[in-house]
Design a protein around this ligand. Structure first.
Ligand code: CA
Length: 231
């Protein structure tokens, strides 16, 4: 099997070096772009399996880079690296087509785990109707959900919500995106409904349901949205 290429877009010399070093040590081919313009070009020329994209670049904004890459490639996994405090940047980046984000400073082990999870996920066939994620088994044809082989009862909207999170497992999803996909295309109301449904789904999956720090399959991304974690 040929090594997969990871495109690293990072203008910070120390971070860029660390990323390239870590990826190479893991057997990946790392291509390094230090500007947005070069990144957009490389995304097409080096045929990467995944892009690690810094948001603060000297020329183009990272979000704009993301948007341009997406115009040419709808499925290439893009992980945003952000030092920005503002959650708004992350939300804008995800809405521009990024799949996930990691906040700086990050541990290399965490980053590599996330990279591997996204690569695994991107090898899945599109249009799947059954999602097996750890001990969670979701069948969209029969609308059945089982946890560790035990079937659980979900209400219609709870099922739709869980199925959408599962189809995008490992991806950070903004509240707006979830609301528009699961509820209505043009949702302008309160997203309190979403939190209540997340809480109900968590409870039925055998978790506390509370939005606290107890581990859950569904991670709350403060100010951003939710992510169903890959095992
Ligand atoms: Ca930067």
């Amino acid at each position: 099997m040929t090594s997969e290429t990871i495109l690293v877009v990072e203008d910070d010399d120390a971070i860029g070096r660390a990323l390239v070093g870590a990826l190479t040590a893991q057997g990946f081919v790392a291509e390094w772009s230090t500007t947005g313009t070069d990144a957009v070009r490389s995304a097409q020329s080096v045929n990467p399996a995944l892009v690690l994209l810094d948001l603060g670049l000297p020329d183009l904004d990272g979000v704009e880079v993301c948007r341009r890459i997406r115009q040419h490639d709808a499925t290439l996994p893009i992980l945003i690296l952000t030092a920005r405090r503002s959650e708004v940047d992350v939300v804008v980046g995800l809405d521009a087509g990024a799949d996930d984000y990691i906040t700086k400073p990050f541990g290399l082990a965490e980053l590599l785990a996330r990279v591997r999870a996204h690569l695994r996920r991107s090898r899945q066939q599109p249009g799947e109707t059954r999602f097996v994620i750890g001990d969670l088994d979701i069948d969209c044809e029969s609308r059945r959900v089982a946890v560790a082989g035990q079937e659980i009862e979900l209400r219609a909207r709870e099922f739709d919500l869980l199925a959408f999170l599962a189809a995008e497992a490992g991806n950070a999803l903004t509240r707006e995106r979830i609301m528009s996909e699961v509820w209505d295309e043009h949702w302008f109301g309160s997203t309190k409904t979403l939190d209540m449904h997340i809480s109900a789904v968590r409870r039925k999956l055998g978790e506390s349901g509370a939005d606290d720090d107890t581990p859950s399959r569904i991670t709350t991304l403060r100010g951003v949205g939710y992510r169903l974690e890959l095992p």
